[in-house]
Design a protein around this ligand. Structure first.
Ligand code: ADP
Ligand code: ZN
Ligand code: ZN
Length: 724
């Protein structure tokens, strides 16, 4: 009896063996449904071992092998295997993450979900000629094909013996149509700028095969156009293109642009916002080679792509490429690994590259493509700091910003006031007894949302009404303290009654359709002053936006996190880059009490390279990444004491395993110690090289898995953590 070895999404390190009477080698990579415990689970067959690890009499049979869809190819299994190893996750968990839920369930996929055209093979024709009874489905199918109906599952299903397609595929009577190469001629090409042309030429001149490119282009330099030209080349060579973007919100615009550029290409979007059927369909189109371009967020890095020719990673510095729960992978780093595995080029694009990528480019590990001038606008916006240390501000607004807003209104141009804090005020407080609104579940304050009169925790989401009086002393004069976007919006509406003020943050754009409506309003000139959070910083192109005013940035200047300056610089340069992208000149005003701070100085000169050199010097001296490599072991429990105790034991275990190359630090409470009624601590592990760190983690994780942790304690490891 054949045995199949299955990766299942369960918190156990091993793989699981089952019997399957009709299984053979061609089933490796197929989804399968199996009995597990008292219920069922679905996973993927990763091998057909000759011998089971358990006596085969004790093995249970599988319920169902999903044969309606081609198996996941070997390179895909290798990919999920790498991710499991590198991030120290279970293979089954990675598989569960990488597969669309509809496919993984393996309980039958509907015809509409997966609908690749089928061809009758020579073997199929021979079988047909023999006209055996069991080939009745085949005969009906071939009639359908002859009648000009597409030989698709949905058609086949409608036929009396429809269910036999999987069988016919398995016997090799039917095959998924080989793609007749459509011609992916690009249409509507703009003339490239000098920089763009040089970048494309440099790419063209390189040898085939793996290479990692850093496309470092200032905001508005036309990076998208370069992506499209490189995609055109890959498509013409018969390749598939994988394009990653950081935000779901950016996909529809880009999808439209890509689809209109390559009308003959099959462009597939893949992200978690899609309905289940659409996600399965897109994934299968990638798998069968029918999709020419797969465009999506971080999880699309797992799309199987048999003809992969090029990977593009837009805004490669963006933190949303790193998953922060479950399997904590970095889609950008996985993309680079995948490009190497498949021997194809990968392009990482950004106006503000991550220091990791920037350093690789400087060391020559990555090749660089530079776009130093804007494509349309004649210049980058002028950036000026406004010293607010001796100014009286009006709800955070300086007189200079006020005047600049007035000028834009008079000229009919748009402005953006950037404040990366949503809500009305970060906390409600009582001046008489000192009470402040704190979250009952977290070590965080409750944020005042006056728009719907709620106090809300931005960490656990709990909320309640704004109290009329101090809950502690009864004082009725309680005050919102500090300011968020709602407060600035309200003040701007008072100051400029004739202006249309529009707030753009996660509260105003809760759903995708709300977000798209907001973007449309801005693009159609339906707003004069925007008040926005970092949602406004990314990727958007509004030609009439000429002023960006930044308020409240100083609070990130002295944050304890060593990555805070990098993030702040990137954010401000990105948001400033929204100004003056069309033909109108742009201006950026940054309110700060520290105008002489080097970060702001480099920003004023729009000098990313100078900032990067400075920040990297600091990192090297302090021994931070990218000069060292880190992993973080985190634990959470109802009581901090238990989380710390677990980490102390883990540390003791680790000390026995760690050689000289690996350093373990003391467990410490996390900055946001309490989150949703659980208390959290972490332990940092560090090494100068990846190799020793990985070897240590492997041994350490094994030892930790063998340990019995208290039942209400959870722990997990984060390799290359972003938040430390
Ligand atoms: P980036 O992503 O580098 O910030 P975009 O790709 O959004 O820049 O391009 C900025 C603007 O310049 C867009 O409006 C785009 O249509 C335009 N653009 C880019 N390249 C060209 C070109 N070669 N000719 C004319 N317009 C261009
Ligand atoms: Zn009080
Ligand atoms: Zn909370």
């Amino acid at each position: 009896m054949p045995i199949v070895r299955v990766a299942l999404p369960v918190p156990l390190p091993q793989l699981f063996d089952y019997t399957a009477e009709d299984a053979d080698g061609s089933d490796v990579g197929r989804c399968v449904r199996v009995p597990f415990g008292r219920g069922d689970k679905s996973g993927v067959i990763v091998a057909l071992p000759g011998d089971a690890e358990v006596a085969s009499a004790r093995l249970k049979p599988v319920h169902h092998i999903q044969r309606d869809v081609p198996p996941l190819p070997a390179d895909w299994l290798e990919l999920v295997g790498f991710v499991a190893r590198y991030y120290h996750a279970r293979l089954g968990e990675v598989v569960a993450l990488a597969l669309p839920p509809g496919l993984r369930r393996a309980d039958g996929v509907s015809g509409e979900d997966v609908d690749p055209p089928l061809d009758l093979t020579a073997a199929g024709q021979a079988a047909l000629a023999e006209a055996r009874r069991e080939s009745r489905a085949l005969a009906l199918l071939s009639e359908a094909v002859a009648a000009g109906l597409p030989a698709r599952r949905s058609v086949v299903r409608a036929l009396p013996a429809g269910a036999a397609v999987g069988d016919a595929l398995k016997r090799g009577w039917l095959a998924i149509s080989a793609q007749s190469q459509p011609r992916h001629l690009a249409v509507g090409l703009p003339t490239l700028t000098e920089d763009q042309a040089a970048a494309v030429a440099a790419f063209d001149a390189a040898e085939d095969g793996f290479r990692c490119w850093l496309l470092h282009g200032v905001t508005g330099s036309g990076k998208t156009e370069v992506y499209l030209r490189l995609a055109e080349r890959a498509l013409a060579a018969g390749g598939q293109v994988l394009m990653l973007v950081p935000e779901i919100a950016l996909t529809p615009q880009l999808e439209g642009r890509v689809a209109s550029r390559f009308p003959a290409a099959n462009v597939v979007a893949l992200h978690s916002g899609l309905a289940e059927g659409a996600r399965s369909r897109g994934f299968v189109q990638a798998l069968t080679g029918q999709a020419d371009i797969v465009l999506g967020t971080r999880l699309s890095v797992f799309a199987p792509l048999p003809r992969l020719g090029l990977i593009l990673v837009d805004e490669e510095h963006d933190a949303s490429y790193k998953q922060q729960e479950g399997v904590r992978y970095s889609a950008r780093d996985v993309a680079v690994w995948r490009a190497r595995q498949r021997k194809v080029p990968v392009v990482l694009g950004s106006a503000t590259p991550s220091l990791e990528s920037w350093l690789h480019a400087r060391n020559g590990r990555y090749a660089t493509l530079n776009l130093s001038r804007r494509a349309v606008a004649s210049s980058l916006p002028k950036v000026r700091c406004i010293d607010t240390s001796r100014l009286r501000l009006d709800e955070g607004l300086s007189p200079a910003l006020h005047k600049a807003l007035e000028e834009r209104l008079a000229r009919g141009e748009q402005s953006l006031v950037f404040l990366n804090r949503r809500g009305y005020a970060p906390v409600l407080s009582c001046p008489s007894c000192g009470w402040i609104s704190t979250c009952p579940n977290c070590s965080a304050n409750l944020v005042v949302h006056l728009a719907d009169r709620r106090l809300r925790c931005h960490h656990c989401g709990c909320d309640g009404p704004v109290p009329a009086a101090c809950p502690s002393c009864g004082n009725q004069d309680i005050q919102p303290f500090g300011r968020g976007t709602q407060r600035v919006e309200a003040r701007l509406a008072e100051l400029f009654p004739a202006a249309r003020v529009l707030r753009v943050d996660r509260d105003a754009a809760r759903t995708r359709s709300q977000w798209e409506a907001l973007l449309a309003t801005i693009a159609n000139g339906g707003a004069d002053i925007l008040v926005g959070t970092q949602m406004m910083a990314k990727g958007h192109d509004f030609p009439r936006l000429t002023l960006v005013g930044v308020i409240g940035a100083d609070s990130s200047l002295h944050a304890a996190d060593f990555r805070a300056p990098e993030r702040l610089f990137q954010q401000l340069m990105q948001v400033g880059g929204r100004a003056g992208r069309g033909t109108l000149p742009g201006e950026v005003l940054i309110q700060t009490e520290y105008p002489a701070h080097p970060l702001y100085q480099h920003l004023s000169r729009q000098d990313f390279d100078a900032f990067a050199r400075m920040a990297l010097d600091e990192r090297r001296q302090a021994g931070f990444p990218p000069y060292t490599h880190q992993a973080m072991l985190r634990a959470d429990a109802p009581l901090l004491h238990d989380a710390v105790a677990f980490l102390k034991e883990a540390r003791a275990l680790g000390e026995e395993l760690a050689g000289d190359a690996v350093r373990l630090f003391d467990p410490v409470p996390m900055r946001l110690t309490r989150l949703a009624r659980r208390e959290r601590a972490q332990l940092l592990v560090e090494a100068d090289q990846r190799g020793p760190l990985q070897a240590f983690l492997l041994a350490w994780m094994e030892a930790l898995y063998r340990q019995r942790a208290p039942r209400d304690l959870r722990w997990q490891v984060d390799v290359d953590p972003l938040d430390v």
